[in-house]
Unconditional design. Structure first.
Length: 211
Protein backbone atom coordinates (compact mmCIF):
# COMPACT_ATOMS: atom_id res chain seq x y z
CA UNK A 1 0.00 0.00 0.00
CA UNK A 2 1.37 3.40 -0.97
CA UNK A 3 2.02 6.00 1.69
CA UNK A 4 1.93 9.77 1.54
CA UNK A 5 4.47 12.14 2.95
CA UNK A 6 3.40 13.79 6.24
CA UNK A 7 1.50 17.04 5.88
CA UNK A 8 4.15 19.03 7.73
CA UNK A 9 6.81 17.96 5.21
CA UNK A 10 4.74 19.39 2.36
CA UNK A 11 4.08 22.60 4.28
CA UNK A 12 7.75 22.97 5.14
CA UNK A 13 8.78 22.32 1.53
CA UNK A 14 6.35 24.92 0.18
CA UNK A 15 7.52 27.47 2.75
CA UNK A 16 11.19 26.89 1.89
CA UNK A 17 10.44 27.07 -1.84
CA UNK A 18 8.46 30.30 -1.57
CA UNK A 19 10.90 32.08 0.74
CA UNK A 20 13.97 30.77 -1.09
CA UNK A 21 12.65 31.85 -4.50
CA UNK A 22 11.85 35.32 -3.19
CA UNK A 23 15.27 35.72 -1.57
CA UNK A 24 17.08 34.43 -4.67
CA UNK A 25 15.20 36.49 -7.27
CA UNK A 26 13.72 39.35 -5.21
CA UNK A 27 10.40 38.55 -6.85
CA UNK A 28 7.25 36.70 -5.83
CA UNK A 29 6.89 33.01 -6.60
CA UNK A 30 4.24 32.12 -9.15
CA UNK A 31 3.83 29.23 -11.57
CA UNK A 32 1.28 30.62 -14.04
CA UNK A 33 3.40 33.66 -14.89
CA UNK A 34 6.48 31.47 -15.34
CA UNK A 35 4.56 29.13 -17.62
CA UNK A 36 3.18 32.02 -19.71
CA UNK A 37 6.65 33.53 -20.15
CA UNK A 38 8.28 30.22 -21.09
CA UNK A 39 5.57 29.54 -23.68
CA UNK A 40 6.42 32.89 -25.29
CA UNK A 41 10.17 32.53 -24.80
CA UNK A 42 11.10 34.20 -28.10
CA UNK A 43 9.23 37.37 -27.19
CA UNK A 44 10.51 37.35 -23.63
CA UNK A 45 14.11 36.74 -24.75
CA UNK A 46 13.86 39.73 -27.08
CA UNK A 47 12.48 41.89 -24.28
CA UNK A 48 15.33 40.85 -22.00
CA UNK A 49 17.87 41.61 -24.72
CA UNK A 50 16.43 45.10 -25.25
CA UNK A 51 16.42 45.76 -21.51
CA UNK A 52 20.11 44.86 -21.32
CA UNK A 53 20.95 47.11 -24.28
CA UNK A 54 19.03 50.06 -22.85
CA UNK A 55 20.30 49.65 -19.29
CA UNK A 56 23.20 52.03 -20.07
CA UNK A 57 21.81 55.57 -20.00
CA UNK A 58 24.45 56.87 -22.42
CA UNK A 59 23.64 54.12 -24.91
CA UNK A 60 19.94 54.94 -24.56
CA UNK A 61 20.54 58.65 -25.25
CA UNK A 62 22.72 57.78 -28.24
CA UNK A 63 20.05 55.43 -29.64
CA UNK A 64 17.35 58.09 -29.23
CA UNK A 65 19.60 60.65 -30.90
CA UNK A 66 20.25 58.35 -33.85
CA UNK A 67 16.54 57.63 -34.24
CA UNK A 68 15.74 61.36 -34.10
CA UNK A 69 18.38 62.16 -36.71
CA UNK A 70 17.10 59.42 -39.00
CA UNK A 71 13.51 60.61 -38.73
CA UNK A 72 13.92 64.40 -38.74
CA UNK A 73 17.28 64.78 -40.47
CA UNK A 74 18.78 66.66 -37.53
CA UNK A 75 21.31 65.57 -34.95
CA UNK A 76 20.38 66.55 -31.36
CA UNK A 77 22.93 67.03 -28.64
CA UNK A 78 23.61 63.48 -27.57
CA UNK A 79 24.81 64.08 -24.07
CA UNK A 80 23.64 62.82 -20.74
CA UNK A 81 22.03 65.58 -18.66
CA UNK A 82 24.20 66.99 -15.92
CA UNK A 83 23.64 65.26 -12.61
CA UNK A 84 22.02 62.22 -14.19
CA UNK A 85 21.89 59.25 -11.87
CA UNK A 86 23.98 56.32 -13.13
CA UNK A 87 21.97 53.30 -14.13
CA UNK A 88 21.54 50.62 -11.54
CA UNK A 89 19.00 48.41 -9.85
CA UNK A 90 15.70 49.95 -8.86
CA UNK A 91 15.53 51.23 -5.32
CA UNK A 92 13.76 48.80 -3.02
CA UNK A 93 10.32 49.67 -1.77
CA UNK A 94 9.69 50.15 1.96
CA UNK A 95 10.30 46.91 3.79
CA UNK A 96 13.17 45.85 1.56
CA UNK A 97 11.04 44.62 -1.35
CA UNK A 98 11.10 46.05 -4.86
CA UNK A 99 8.07 47.91 -6.04
CA UNK A 100 5.42 46.52 -8.37
CA UNK A 101 7.25 48.04 -11.36
CA UNK A 102 10.27 45.72 -11.04
CA UNK A 103 11.01 43.44 -13.95
CA UNK A 104 10.03 39.74 -13.84
CA UNK A 105 12.56 37.08 -13.00
CA UNK A 106 14.98 36.10 -15.80
CA UNK A 107 13.49 33.70 -18.32
CA UNK A 108 16.01 30.96 -17.56
CA UNK A 109 15.10 31.14 -13.85
CA UNK A 110 11.45 30.51 -14.56
CA UNK A 111 12.26 27.70 -17.01
CA UNK A 112 14.33 26.01 -14.29
CA UNK A 113 11.42 26.48 -11.88
CA UNK A 114 9.00 24.64 -14.17
CA UNK A 115 11.47 21.81 -14.84
CA UNK A 116 12.11 21.47 -11.11
CA UNK A 117 8.37 21.12 -10.42
CA UNK A 118 8.16 18.24 -12.91
CA UNK A 119 11.31 16.54 -11.62
CA UNK A 120 10.23 16.99 -8.01
CA UNK A 121 6.80 15.48 -8.64
CA UNK A 122 8.32 12.56 -10.53
CA UNK A 123 10.85 11.94 -7.75
CA UNK A 124 8.14 12.03 -5.08
CA UNK A 125 5.95 9.57 -7.02
CA UNK A 126 8.79 7.14 -7.70
CA UNK A 127 10.23 7.15 -4.19
CA UNK A 128 6.79 6.66 -2.62
CA UNK A 129 5.89 3.79 -4.93
CA UNK A 130 2.91 5.59 -6.44
CA UNK A 131 4.31 6.24 -9.92
CA UNK A 132 1.86 5.05 -12.57
CA UNK A 133 1.86 6.31 -16.15
CA UNK A 134 -1.72 6.71 -17.34
CA UNK A 135 -3.86 9.03 -19.45
CA UNK A 136 -6.71 9.63 -17.02
CA UNK A 137 -7.18 10.65 -13.39
CA UNK A 138 -7.69 7.18 -11.95
CA UNK A 139 -10.50 4.73 -11.25
CA UNK A 140 -12.55 7.20 -9.20
CA UNK A 141 -12.60 9.70 -12.07
CA UNK A 142 -13.65 6.99 -14.54
CA UNK A 143 -16.42 5.89 -12.19
CA UNK A 144 -17.78 9.39 -11.53
CA UNK A 145 -17.35 10.99 -14.96
CA UNK A 146 -16.76 8.66 -17.90
CA UNK A 147 -14.90 5.58 -18.98
CA UNK A 148 -14.68 6.60 -22.63
CA UNK A 149 -11.02 7.47 -23.35
CA UNK A 150 -11.86 10.00 -26.07
CA UNK A 151 -14.42 11.83 -23.92
CA UNK A 152 -12.06 11.70 -20.96
CA UNK A 153 -9.21 13.35 -22.88
CA UNK A 154 -11.60 16.00 -24.25
CA UNK A 155 -12.85 16.78 -20.73
CA UNK A 156 -9.34 17.00 -19.31
CA UNK A 157 -8.25 19.28 -22.15
CA UNK A 158 -11.29 21.53 -21.73
CA UNK A 159 -10.80 21.64 -17.97
CA UNK A 160 -7.15 22.61 -18.40
CA UNK A 161 -8.11 25.42 -20.77
CA UNK A 162 -10.70 26.74 -18.31
CA UNK A 163 -8.20 26.59 -15.45
CA UNK A 164 -5.69 28.55 -17.53
CA UNK A 165 -8.30 31.15 -18.48
CA UNK A 166 -9.43 31.53 -14.88
CA UNK A 167 -5.85 31.84 -13.69
CA UNK A 168 -5.07 34.68 -16.06
CA UNK A 169 -8.44 36.32 -15.28
CA UNK A 170 -7.65 36.20 -11.55
CA UNK A 171 -4.16 37.61 -12.11
CA UNK A 172 -2.42 34.55 -10.73
CA UNK A 173 -2.74 30.92 -9.70
CA UNK A 174 -2.98 29.21 -6.33
CA UNK A 175 0.80 29.39 -5.85
CA UNK A 176 0.96 33.12 -6.53
CA UNK A 177 -2.14 34.11 -4.57
CA UNK A 178 -2.16 31.39 -1.92
CA UNK A 179 1.55 31.15 -1.06
CA UNK A 180 2.63 34.74 -1.66
CA UNK A 181 -0.37 37.03 -1.74
CA UNK A 182 -1.99 35.63 1.41
CA UNK A 183 1.36 35.78 3.18
CA UNK A 184 1.47 39.51 2.39
CA UNK A 185 -2.21 39.90 3.38
CA UNK A 186 -3.12 41.13 -0.10
CA UNK A 187 -6.92 41.64 -0.27
CA UNK A 188 -7.04 40.45 -3.88
CA UNK A 189 -5.12 37.28 -3.03
CA UNK A 190 -7.27 36.58 0.01
CA UNK A 191 -10.44 36.78 -2.09
CA UNK A 192 -8.92 34.75 -4.95
CA UNK A 193 -7.65 32.00 -2.62
CA UNK A 194 -10.98 31.82 -0.82
CA UNK A 195 -12.67 31.44 -4.22
CA UNK A 196 -10.22 28.72 -5.30
CA UNK A 197 -10.68 26.58 -2.22
CA UNK A 198 -14.36 27.34 -1.77
CA UNK A 199 -15.09 26.11 -5.29
CA UNK A 200 -12.93 23.02 -4.75
CA UNK A 201 -14.73 22.13 -1.51
CA UNK A 202 -18.14 22.63 -3.15
CA UNK A 203 -17.23 20.47 -6.14
CA UNK A 204 -15.78 17.73 -3.91
CA UNK A 205 -18.96 17.69 -1.84
CA UNK A 206 -21.06 17.57 -5.01
CA UNK A 207 -19.08 14.70 -6.54
CA UNK A 208 -18.64 12.52 -3.46
CA UNK A 209 -21.80 13.23 -1.44
CA UNK A 210 -24.47 14.10 -4.01
CA UNK A 211 -23.57 12.32 -7.25
Amino acid sequence: MSTYWPWWAGALGLALLTIGYTLATDRSFGVSTAWERVLHWRREAEVERMEVELADERALVAALGAATAEHFGTVPAASVPTGAVPPGPAAPAPGGRRGAHSRPAPLVTQAVLLISIFVGGLTAAVTSGRFDLRFDMGASYRHLVTGNPVVMIALLFSGGMLVGFGTRLAGGCSSGHGLNGCGRLSPVSLVATATFFGTAVAMSFLLWKVI
